[in-house]
Design a protein around this ligand. Structure first.
Ligand code: ZN
Length: 210
C-alpha cells in the first residue's frame, strides 16, 4: 500500500493529545491504523506530551500520568488487520460503533451511517462507490475528512487510494471520480451539510439525509 496523502501535523498532534472531536478522531484513527509513518508521528507526539505532563505534574500524580502515556502508546501500536472478518468492509476502528445498512443515494453510490456521537455538526458515514462512477459534484459547509479503505478516487487535488487521507474544507468544491477496478469504500467525517450541485445533485439532494 502506497500512501501519499496524510493528515497534517497539527491534526496528528491534536489526535495524539485527544483534543480532536470524536467524529474526526475516528477517521484519523482509520488512517493511522493503515499508515506506519503517521503511527510513528502520533507515538512521538504522545511521548512528548507524556514527558511534558511528567515534568509539570506534582509527584503523586506523576506515576499515573506515565501509566496513562504508556497505555496510550500501547493503544497506538500495531494495528491488527484492518478489515474485520465479520464485516469485511468495516475497519477495526469502527468496532465500538453501530454501523447502519448500506443505502442507495445515487447511481452506483451507497452510504451508511456510523453511530459516532455527533460533535459540532460533524457526522461519520461510509461511502461505497462503484468503479468508474462519479460522485455528485458537491461542496460542503464545513470540513470533510475522508480515509480511503479500498479502491481509489481522483479529484482536482490528486489520486486517493487505500489509506490516503483527504482533508477538505468548505473552500473545496469538487467532483471525485472513482477509478476502474475496485469498488471504492471510504470513511468520512463531514461537518455541516453536503451541498450537491448540478442536475444530478438536484435530483439526489432530497435522498441525501446525511
Ligand atoms: Zn499517514
Amino acid at each position: 500500500m502506497t500512501i501519499t496523502h496524510h493528515p497534517g501535523e497539527e491534526t496528528l498532534a491534536a489526535f495524539a493529545a485527544g483534543t480532536l472531536d470524536e467524529p474526526r478522531s475516528v477517521v484519523v484513527a482509520a488512517h493511522v491504523a493503515l499508515c506506519p509513518r503517521c503511527r510513528a508521528t502520533v507515538a512521538a507526539f504522545e511521548q512528548f506530551g507524556g514527558s511534558l505532563v511528567e515534568r509539570a505534574a506534582p509527584a503523586p500524580s506523576r506515576v499515573g500520568a506515565l501509566d496513562e502515556a504508556l497505555a496510550r502508546l500501547d493503544e497506538a501500536t500495531p494495528p491488527a488487520p484492518v478489515l474485520r472478518d465479520a464485516a469485511p468492509d468495516c475497519p477495526d476502528v469502527l468496532a465500538p460503533y453501530e454501523v447502519g445498512r448500506w443505502r442507495w443515494i445515487g447511481p452506483g453510490v451507497h452510504w451508511r451511517k456510523v453511530e459516532v456521537p455527533e460533535s459540532e455538526g460533524t457526522r461519520v458515514f461510509m461511502l461505497k462507490a462503484a468503479p468508474g462512477s462519479s460522485l455528485p459534484h458537491h461542496g460542503h459547509s464545513g470540513v470533510e475528512w475522508t480515509c480511503v479503505l479500498q479502491g481509489a478516487f481522483r479529484h482536482d487535488l490528486g489520486r486517493y487510494g487505500p489509506g490516503d487521507f483527504d482533508e477538505a474544507d468548505s473552500t473545496v468544491d469538487h467532483t471525485p471520480s472513482v477509478e476502474e477496478g475496485d469498488v471504492c469504500i471510504c470513511l468520512v467525517a463531514m461537518q455541516g451539510n453536503l451541498e450537491l450541485r448540478g442536475w444530478l445533485g438536484k435530483l439526489l439532494q432530497p435522498f441525501v439525509r446525511l
